[in-house]
Design a protein around this ligand. Structure first.
Ligand code: SF4
Ligand code: SF4
Length: 180
């Protein structure tokens, strides 16, 4: 549907890299919150935030996991800021085939920050004692559009990895066995 306006809450996390000390508490709490069951384990490799941490260059930059992308960019970028050189694609938020960031370490499935859905405040923001992470919210009017759900994104990545037909077959088998 087009033409219809609706309200959307835009959540932004303001990241003050000058305040970040690289403690990685944000990675710990994120992975613990998203463990199944919740808080049963923690593993920063599963976090939906990663802190670029290079103490010798005094670099500490939190980066949030964004969307899954099935293909890498045609070229990569590399930043120099205030005389400090950052790694290739350092600020990119994508779960991308070019690297291991923002993927489940065991399955390779994409990880994406969900702003800690259901919580009053994102837990990384709550646990950052230096206030390097601050949540800001505002309302925006947008055209009605279908949001691509996380399920669909996850299924697409599975389809790319195993082939759509295989995924469909497994789902069909699971559906049948659930009927028993
Ligand atoms: S919790 Fe805060 S200070 Fe610690 S690494 Fe994360 S953003 Fe930086
Ligand atoms: S907002 Fe929640 S899901 Fe996103 S990185 Fe922070 S703790 Fe993880």
């Amino acid at each position: 549907m087009t033409g219809e306006k609706k309200k959307k809450t835009v959540k932004t996390i303001r990241i003050d890299v000058d305040k970040c000390n690289g403690c990685r508490a944000c990675e710990m709490i994120c992975s613990a919150f998203h463990a199944a069951p919740k808080y049963s384990s923690n593993n920063p490799a599963r976090a939906r935030i990663r802190v670029i941490s290079e103490p010798l260059k005094d670099i500490y930059v939190p980066v949030y996991a964004g969307d899954y992308t099935p293909a890498e960019c045609a070229g990569r970028d590399k930043y120099m800021i205030d005389g400090k050189e950052y790694e290739e694609c350092a600020f990119c938020r994508a779960s991308c085939p070019s690297r291991g960031d923002f993927k489940e370490p065991d399955s390779g499935l994409p990880l994406k920050c969900d702003m800690c859905e259901g919580e009053e405040e994102p837990l990384c923001v709550k646990w950052c004692i230096t206030d390097a992470l601050v949540l800001e919210e505002r309302e925006e009017e947008i055209e009605e559009e279908e949001a691509q759900e996380e399920l669909e994104i996850g299924l697409k990545s599975l389809a790319k990895k195993f082939g759509l037909q295989n995924v469909a077959d497994v789902v069909a088998r699971m559906t049948l066995s659930n009927k028993d």
